[in-house]
Design a protein around this ligand. Structure first.
Ligand SMILES: [Zn+2]
Length: 335
């Protein structure tokens, strides 16, 4: 099923409800997400339904989340529902970061940010944002960034034409940043850099135990590039620049890969998508650190409370992770 079919399926699934609004995110920060708030006449209450369109597949209903909403919480939305002044509009400049908002038979389609002059529409996204999983909170901050006057924080994440192997770095980086990036590289701060289908993923150590993940999404044919980073720098920064330099020098070092051994649905297993292999950056004390799908670090104990291993190592080129794990396990036994 493609995304359009999935949306059609969901609409059909909910057709008995009275829909208040529908919010659809397509390729927004590489997320495809469907949200709707309905009045459910058989339950006589309002509900927010949400669904990650990338997961929705065979066992469809399993992937639809339902959340009860107090009628009072909907006040702002119902206010604009009755009085909405805007005409439907569609203003799409690019094919990623698409937002579609349907409210009261009107359709608003735009990229990335709610346009400032349509600020009333925030009522819907703010409400939906309250009920979203933590990994989506930045998306909802971003939706209202232009209205809040902070869109510059997100601007660099846009796609732009840039050959990651050839275009002069000074096209996007200042002289100072390039110098700082050279230092990052010289001090071996890039601990991992791996090539994937969609581009590269780098892991850079910063000051004071901070560390960042930098994702370079690259289309070889069109030379369109997008850089996403977890660092807090504003604009094009030394971390991005250093990763591009390392790519050009082919300084690759693959992440460790692990797979969780499924025991029971505990909090950790729910947090991580454990059906796939997970990227790991090493460990400390009795645990290892893995990246979740939003590049947050999650600590995974090497051994659980009953003494069983919690994961298996499936990628470890230099055997470093295995050595660390063996050491922890030996340490445990000798005590
Ligand atoms: Zn940075």
């Amino acid at each position: 099923m493609n995304i359009d079919d999935k949306i059609k399926y969901l609409r059909k699934h909910f057709k008995r409800n009275k829909n208040i609004f529908e919010l659809i995110l397509i390729k927004y920060e590489s997320i495809n997400y469907y949200i709707r708030v309905d009045y459910n006449p058989s339950l006589k209450a309002y509900y927010l339904y949400s669904c990650d369109l990338d997961y929705l597949d065979k066992k469809k209903d399993k992937y639809i989340n339902r959340q009860f909403i107090k009628a009072e919480a909907l006040n702002y939305v119902l206010d604009i529902y009755d009085t909405i002044q805007y005409e439907s509009f569609e203003d799409l400049k690019y094919t990623t970061d698409i937002v579609e908002l349907n409210i009261n038979d009107k359709t608003f389609k735009f990229n990335r940010y709610i346009p400032v002059k349509y600020y009333d529409l925030c009522a819907c996204t703010l409400l939906a944002g309250l009920f979203m999983p933590a990994r989506l909170t930045t998306v909802f901050d971003e939706l209202v960034a232009e209205i809040n006057g902070v869109s510059y924080r997100y601007e660099y994440k846009k796609e732009f034409k840039f050959d990651i192997y050839k275009t002069d770095l000074d096209r996007i980086f200042s002289f100072d940043i390039i110098n700082q990036a050279e230092e990052v590289l010289k001090n071996d701060k890039i601990k991992f850099l791996e090539k994937f289908e969609s581009g590269y993923l780098g892991f850079v150590e910063g000051h004071d135990n901070y560390a960042y993940v930098i994702q370079v999404i690259y289309n070889k044919e069109t030379h369109m590039t997008r850089i996403v980073t977890t660092c807090e720098c504003v604009g094009y920064c030394k971390h991005m620049c250093a990763v591009l330099m390392a790519i050009r020098e082919n300084k690759l070092k693959n992440f460790y890969k692990i797979r969780m051994i499924r025991k029971n649905e505990d909090a950790l297993e729910r947090l991580l998508d454990i059906s796939n292999s997970l990227l790991c950056i090493g460990g400390f004390d009795n645990q290892i650190q893995v990246l979740d799908d939003r590049f947050n670090f999650v600590n995974v104990p090497i051994i659980n409370e009953v003494g069983d291993k919690t994961f298996e190592i499936i990628g470890d080129n230099d055997n470093e992770l295995q050595e660390f794990v063996d050491k922890v396990i030996r340490g445990d036994k000798s005590e």
